[in-house]
Design a protein. Structure first.
Length: 198
């Protein structure tokens, strides 16, 4: 392992990151390469390459069990504590994001609010917007909400690197939506922030 800039080797590939995340989540478990490939949703050759890289660093060790190699996390490794802390922070980040967004929205004159789309389905990519459904208390509050949204969007870009994409509906529009399929999707898979959609 390189002692200088060691994390460049630890996080050098996406497959390696996924494999290490799984190993850290199940620190006492021994895995075959195929089991790890399935859990990481990566190909066996990519997984084997990532495992060999993690083995060179020393974060992972292997033993031979019959004709198979079995891989385990090296619990004594100096980087394991910081890496575990980082993964723990990562696991809690969605709830931190939701809490911050709820806190920002609860001061606005809204009847309902929900996230929908790829964020709600947990399929977002680094280029995805965060789709935000907002239902106004009444049409007279639209200007107030619109004025508050601009700085809110900027805040979330700076803090999380994501773009909030809000759509505003009045209660009447929500009852007779121009896009019923969208409303059905929000009702079925939306992440509720305020009130209850539907």
């Amino acid at each position: 392992m390189r002692v200088h800039a060691a994390l460049e080797e630890v996080f050098s590939t996406r497959t390696g990151l996924r494999v290490l995340r799984i190993l850290v989540s199940f620190p006492d478990q021994a895995w075959t390469g195929r089991e790890l490939a399935a859990a990481a949703t990566s190909s066996p050759p990519q997984t084997l390459k990532a495992l060999k890289q993690l083995e060179r660093i020393g974060l992972v060790g292997r033993v031979t069990a019959g004709r198979a190699h079995v891989w385990r996390l090296t619990k004594e490794h100096v980087l394991l504590g910081p890496v575990r802390s980082l993964f723990s922070f990562e696991a809690g980040l969605p709830e931190v994001f939701l809490h911050e967004l709820r806190s920002a929205l609860k001061h606005l004159p809204l009847r309902r609010a929900a996230l929908f789309g790829s964020f709600a389905r947990r399929t977002e990519s680094s280029d995805s917007d965060v789709d935000l459904y907002l239902e106004l208390n009444d049409s007279a509050t639209e200007e107030v909400v619109q004025a508050a949204l601009s700085p809110l969007v900027v805040t979330f870009i700076r803090r999380y690197g994501v773009v909030l994409s809000p759509i505003l509906y009045s209660t009447r529009t929500a009852r007779e939506p121009p896009n019923p399929a969208l409303m059905k999707s929000i009702e079925q898979e939306g992440v509720q922030l305020l009130g209850k959609v539907g």
